[in-house]
Write a protein of this length. Structure first.
Length: 164
């Protein structure tokens, strides 16, 4: 698998550590996606104001995308022989996403919150991609490209929506 593997124990240890880092960072990404899914659906329920109908539907579209991503990332961790985190406790222990409150909220506050969260997801995907490229794990790297494209487009649309 790795051309350096026969060069000595130190190299093996180094490569194992790097593989572990990719799995760790994918698990952080997975934890963030899970908490973000709950947050988007919370907002879908609690959106208030005269743009309720549009934003209620849009938030459902966004959390459906995130739900597919959760499954894809967890399965990708298994494909690269890691173990995906699968409990809410694990996710809450490490997540970088701040949960939404149990209260009604206007769309401008929702969009400024999720803009920040999408930037966090971009950072997660970028870090995984950089580590994967270093290890020549090109399937992982290519998968991260899809996420970066998806988040880039969503961030652009949110910014357009927030412009006055
Ligand atoms: Fe609904």
């Amino acid at each position: 698998m790795n051309k350096n593997v026969n060069l000595g124990n130190n190299v093996i240890i180094k490569n194992e550590r790097n593989d572990f880092m990719i799995t760790e960072d994918l698990n952080l990404f997975l934890a963030n996606l899970n908490v973000f899914y709950r947050k988007l659906q919370n907002y879908h329920w609690n959106i208030k104001g005269d743009d309720f109908f549009n934003i209620h539907v849009k938030l459902e579209e966004l959390y459906d995308q995130v739900n597919s991503q959760i499954d894809e990332i967890a399965e990708h961790i298994l494909i690269i022989e890691g173990q995906p985190l699968g409990t809410m406790k694990d996710y809450l222990n490490i997540t970088q996403i701040e949960e939404a409150k149990n209260e009604k909220i206007e769309s401008d506050k929702i969009f400024s919150a999720i803009l920040k969260d999408y930037s966090t997801l971009v950072e997660n995907a970028t870090k995984v991609k950089e580590e994967a490229d270093n290890e020549k794990k090109y399937a992982t790297s290519a998968l991260m490209d899809e996420y970066l494209q998806n988040y880039g487009k969503t961030i652009w649309m949110i910014r357009q929506k927030m412009e006055k």
